[in-house]
Ligand binder design. Structure first.
Ligand code: DAK
Length: 258
């Protein structure tokens, strides 16, 4: 039985971490299942992925503390590598990803949400990097992705204090883009995903690549990455149709990913 459910729905899909009795905590099996589910996505069809946790109490309450407690350094390194590989795979997935955070997103859960392109949450969501209260540092990218999202001062405060923040505070500091009542969260995620899926897929993917790669280099190189992304769209059927439709004052045909 897998702890991760992959549900394609036409050109969008859900990836659901489903280990409700442990608040969807990430143990080795969940990480393996996530890894395999990410490989399963049909990238010719699916244009946006929504990541969520089963139930409305937790997105993911962190890496599994009961599994981590007795790890020796070698096992700890293996666990870290496994987790980081999954976060990297998610971050580098060619299509856009939206984390729809229902409840607790702590430690590895907050890191999983940050490996997605966009985060939205319910008004009951709770975020935090409580690792130092357990005697460890964030290990699935938190020390790197959090400062890039909310600035180093706020990231250091969250990481050093280990304190949780609520949905409104997460919105205020820019960790999430929007907050919804729980019953509106997944419809809002689907609406955003469908909006993304309706745009020219080659352009959307190129834009994702440019933002991700550009954030890791200096501005001169970053602009060159953008030039390459921009150029790569020209000559595609979708670019010709999109611009042609504008000039002919008509609605464009559905984009065809060519
Ligand atoms: N791991 C394992 N089990 C967990 C869990 C977790 N992170 N979070 C919750 N659970 C389990 C609880 O043990 C409980 O199990 P039973 O007792 O029912 O068997 C069940 O889920 C329900 O939880 P509670 O009974 O505690 O529910 P409450 O509503 O009272 O509290 C809570 C909810 C989210 C406030 C509380 O469960 C909590 O504080 N959980 C721990 C949150 C946390 O500290 N998360 C961060 C984990 S550390 C690294 C790689 C990764 C990481 C670090 C380093 N390298 C390898 C270097 C990442 C670390 C983390 O994520």
């Amino acid at each position: 039985m897998s702890f991760v459910k992959y549900e394609p729905m036409g050109d969008i899909a859900y990836l659901t971490v489903d280990r409700v009795n442990a608040l969807n905590a990430l143990n080795s099996q969940v990480l393996t299942d996530l890894d395999e589910a990410l490989d399963q996505i049909d990238l010719d069809t699916v244009r946006c992925l929504i990541v969520r946790g089963a139930g409305d109490k937790a997105f993911v309450a962190g890496a599994d503390i009961s599994q981590m407690k007795d790890l020796n350094p070698e096992q700890g390194e293996h666990f870290s590598e496994q987790g980081n590989n999954v976060m990297r795979k998610l971050c580098n997935l060619p299509i856009p990803t939206i984390a729809a955070v229902s409840g607790y997103a702590l430690g590895g859960g907050c890191e999983l949400a940050m490996a997605c392109d966009i985060r939205i949450c319910s008004d009951k969501a709770v975020f935090g990097q409580p690792e130092v209260t357990l005697g460890i540092t964030p290990g699935f990218g938190g020390t790197q992705r959090l400062p890039r999202l909310v600035g180093r001062g706020m990231a250091k405060q969250l990481i050093y204090t280990g304190m949780n923040i609520n949905a409104q505070e997460a919105y205020r500091i820019g960790l999430v883009n929007a907050v919804y009542p729980m019953e509106e969260l997944y419809p809002a995620a689907e609406k955003m995903a469908r909006r993304i899926a309706a745009n020219a897929p080659i352009a959307v993917r190129a834009a994702k690549r440019a933002v991700n790669l550009g954030m890791q280099v200096d501005i001169q190189q970053a602009v060159e990455i953008e030039e390459e992304a921009f150029g790569s769209c020209f000559g595609t059927a979708d670019q010709r149709e999109g611009m042609g439709a504008f000039l002919e004052k008509r609605k464009h045909e559905p984009f065809c990913n060519r």
